[in-house]
Ligand binder design. Structure first.
Ligand code: ATP
Length: 284
């Protein structure tokens, strides 16, 4: 038996880090929304009791380091399942880009195997399991638009942003999330207004969403990697309504409502960046 599942990327409309906790995790407030840029996960039952990862992307690990592998292993361990599975990952989401690609693959694997193996777990139960794999996996299980607090695993659903286009540009540099957090001084940095973003979403105000995009990690990454600042400037100059770095970067995204402007920004950026995407928000 075989099943195909979509694993969509997320962007941060807002990302705040409040403080470092005694357990080493950071206490965060993030508003995330899913976008129509997705990996495709294909799950196939195997006769032997093993987990196999198939991927043509050299940056995607094919062993226990893969988050989709960890998702399958967690279900097998918790529910004492002896069935094996091949997980084929058609990677579209850029890797280590601040778009939660690995977390979304894990979430899609949890949801897909719940169906393929007829486990009967609820979405909340899958999200709780996801939190054991990584901080962003719970959000990816639900998708849509949400406020994530704690270390990212406590989810409150929010209305979707009004329809618009998202242009994403990923420079060809790898950003170390650990380095970004190491260089973050939460006392001495401009924090986004999370409450204002929640209010903008509740009112469905596109202009207030644009005005309140904010990411506390952005200035840290921009200092470490000037290429990211250049792409931000270019996207602003080409006419995006608002521009922000997603997660710890390096992907920068711009919002735009009109398709004519979208083409201008997309074509302009293609000259500077090899990975540029123009997609819709999924949001719901
Ligand atoms: P986040 O936004 O949640 O911080 P990210 O988008 O920055 O995540 P990922 O694409 O998830 O980063 O990849 C981070 C690392 O995780 C990669 O360097 C890779 O080695 C590892 N990884 C594990 N599983 C996967 C997967 N299924 N897809 C991509 N990377 C994976």
């Amino acid at each position: 038996m075989r099943l195909s599942v979509k694993a969509p990327a997320k962007i941060n409309l807002s990302l705040d880090v409040l403080h470092k906790r005694p357990d080493g995790f950071h206490e965060v407030e993030m508003i995330m929304t899913t976008i129509d840029l997705a990996d495709r996960i294909e799950l196939t039952n195997l006769s032997e009791d093993t987990i196999k990862i198939l991927s043509h992307n050299r940056f995607v690990p094919d062993d226990g380091r893969n988050l989709a592998y960890q998702a399958a292993q967690l279900l097998k361990d918790r529910l004492n399942i002896k069935q094996g599975v091949a997980i084929s990952i058609d990677k579209v989401i850029p890797v280590a880009a601040g778009l939660a690609g690995g977390s979304s693959d894990a979430a899609a694997t949890l949801k897909g195997l719940n169906q393929l193996w007829d486990l009967g777990l609820s979405t909340d139960e899958l999200a709780d399991l996801g939190a054991e794999i990584g901080s962003d996996v719970s959000f990816c299980v639900y998708g849509g638009t949400a406020l994530a607090t704690g270390r990212g695993e406590k989810i409150e659903h929010l209305p979707a942003p009004p329809n618009c286009w998202v242009i994403l540009a990923k420079p060809t540099i790898g950003v170390s999330t650990a380095d970004v957090y190491k260089n973050l001084n939460v006392q001495n940095i401009k924090h986004p207004d999370t409450a204002a973003m929640i209010s903008a979403l509740n009112r469905g105000s596109y202009s207030d969403i644009c005005a309140n995009l904010g990411n506390v990690l952005e200035s840290v990454t921009l200092d470490l990697y000037p290429e990211v600042a250049q792409i931000k400037d270019q996207m602003e100059r080409f006419g995006a309504d608002a521009v922000l770095m997603s997660g710890s970067g390096p992907t920068v995204y711009g919002l735009v409502q009109y398709e004519s402007r979208l083409h201008r920004i997309y074509n302009g950026l293609r000259g500077f960046c090899d990975q540029v995407f123009a997609v819709r928000m999924l949001g719901e």
